[in-house]
Design a binder for this molecule. Structure first.
Ligand code: PLP
Length: 454
């Protein structure tokens, strides 16, 4: 039975009866009329009732060129004519090899080996296990702990949650987790110190260094969302901070893991966020935009130094005992190659840079809105922090659901977005044109104005 043969009511009823949605309070959700997507085209999604919406958060931060992109669709069809999937356990396949080569050519210099998985969380899980085991192979088994940033988000599996630090998502699991060391992230809008960008950078690096001085002997790695901390509310770090983190990790012999799951593949206006400060981490994780938002493929990319630490005789058991059924999936790797080819062919990163300047100019208008406290942007990652009072920066209470209400209004006006608490997130597909961005920004403005000022 195909979905097209069913009415909206029938689909909605089955949705309520059989599905449990991610990050969703189902009690509330089932009382509402759900959006049920039937198709997409370009930067728009269309539901089964024929309503069209802008995809204002790129289907959760991953769409690059839009939906039903002929080149990407074709890449999957072509691959399907060969094979959909065979295992990467002990054997290789053509798209997995070619994608790995392409990635190494494009990643920050010094990264040399690609390990595949299927989501951002698994890529992080792999990074954690690699870093942990690396030190055992290096004869430093006491280096077992991880440093992470306050309010960090690295995915929802147990290891990734252990290096996460968003209480509302993570606290319930605290007894299940390993205990990571949390350092303050440079959240300038609510910084404990006054001072310009340079002074902020210095302050937060000094805080990190204090932690490293105390703990470096027991720390395997530091994990960070480079340039923009995403799920905490699109928080952009001050210039020089990422480079400083790299230097401190090297100084204290701690591996640096850059989690580019959200920032990778052009989202911040460079192919990778690490490129902004010419940083090469020891391990880089990426996912989301890797396949243009088409299929679940993620990567954990390491230096040769880490890779070589795992080499040994079979009996030595230095093998990295980790893998997933769909590791290196051909369809996913094929569409990822097509995605990267299209990014290059269309000179998309350059366009993102230009259009993010256009967005920045338009965002100036949002300063007129009385409850927009902070406007944060890096490339096509935009967060507008709503506050009760701009002077005192008093936050809205969780129970005010201010972000949720703004997003509801945006939906009525024809754009799908999702908030992060009091932060309204805008993350359009990277290939959005100026005209499309204008339409989306108009809806964003109107939604915030109507919900916060009326
Ligand atoms: N890491 C970062 C920085 C993320 O923003 C996310 C998701 O938003 C993840 C990891 C988890 O990725 P996934 O949802 O694909 O597991």
């Amino acid at each position: 039975m195909t979905g097209e043969m069913l009415s909206y009511d029938e689909l909605a009823e089955k949705n309520k009866r059989y599905l449990w949605h991610p990050f969703t309070q189902m009690k509330e959700y089932i009382e509402d009329d759900p959006v049920i997507i039937a198709s997409g085209n370009g930067r728009k999604l269309r539901d089964v009732q024929g309503n069209e919406y802008w995809d204002g958060v790129s289907s959760i931060w991953l769409n690059v060129h839009g939906h039903r992109v002929p080149e990407l669709d074709q890449a999957i069809r072509d691959q399907l004519d060969q094979i959909a999937h065979s295992t990467l356990l002990g054997m290789a396949n053509i798209p997995a090899i070619l994608l790995a080569e392409k990635l190494i050519q494009l990643m920050p210099p010094g990264l040399a080996k690609v390990f595949y998985s299927d989501s951002g969380a698994t890529a992080v899980e792999i990074a954690i296990k690699m870093a942990f085991q690396y030190w055992q192979h290096k004869g430093r088994p006491e280096k077992q702990r991880f440093i992470t940033m306050k309010e960090a988000y690295h995915g929802d599996t147990i290891g990734a949650v252990s290096v996460g630090a968003i209480d509302i998502y993570h606290k319930a699991y605290s007894n299940l987790l390993f205990n990571s060391i949390k350092v303050p992230y440079p959240y300038i809008y609510r910084s404990p110190i006054e001072g310009n960008e340079q002074e902020q950078t210095k302050f937060f690096l000094t805080e990190l260094e204090k932690t490293l001085v105390t703990h470096h002997h027991e720390v395997a790695a530091l994990i960070i969302e480079p340039i923009v901390q995403g799920a905490s509310g699109i928080i952009v770090m001050p210039e020089g901070y990422l480079r400083g983190v790299r230097e401190l990790c090297s100084k204290y012999n701690v591996l640096m893991i850059a989690d580019e799951v959200a920032t990778g593949f052009g989202r911040t206006g460079r192919l990778f966020a690490c490129n902004h400060e010419e940083v090469t981490p020891d391990i880089l994780t990426a996912g989301k935009g890797l396949t243009g938002g088409y299929l679940p493929v993620a990567v954990t990319v390491t230096t040769n130094d880490i890779y070589e630490a795992f080499l040994g005789e079979y009996e030595e058991l230095k093998t990295f005992f980790h893998g997933h059924s769909y590791t290196g999936n051909q369809l996913g790797c094929a569409v990822a190659i097509a995605n990267i080819d299209l990014i290059e062919k269309k000179n998309l990163i350059h366009k993102v840079e230009q259009n993010s300047q256009y967005i920045a100019n338009r965002l100036q208008e949002f300063r007129q809105l009385r409850h927009v406290g902070d406007i944060r942007q890096k490339g096509f990652m935009i967060g507008l922090e709503l506050v009760v009072d701009r002077n005192t920066k008093e936050p809205y209470k969780w129970s005010d659901r201010i972000g949720v209400r703004v997003c509801r209004r945006a939906k009525e006006l024809g754009m799908l977005i999702r908030p992060l608490g009091n932060v309204v997130v805008f993350m359009p597909p990277l290939a959005s044109t100026k005209e499309e961005l204008d339409s989306m920004l108009d809806i964003l403005y109107q939604s915030i104005q109507e919900v916060t000022e009326k």
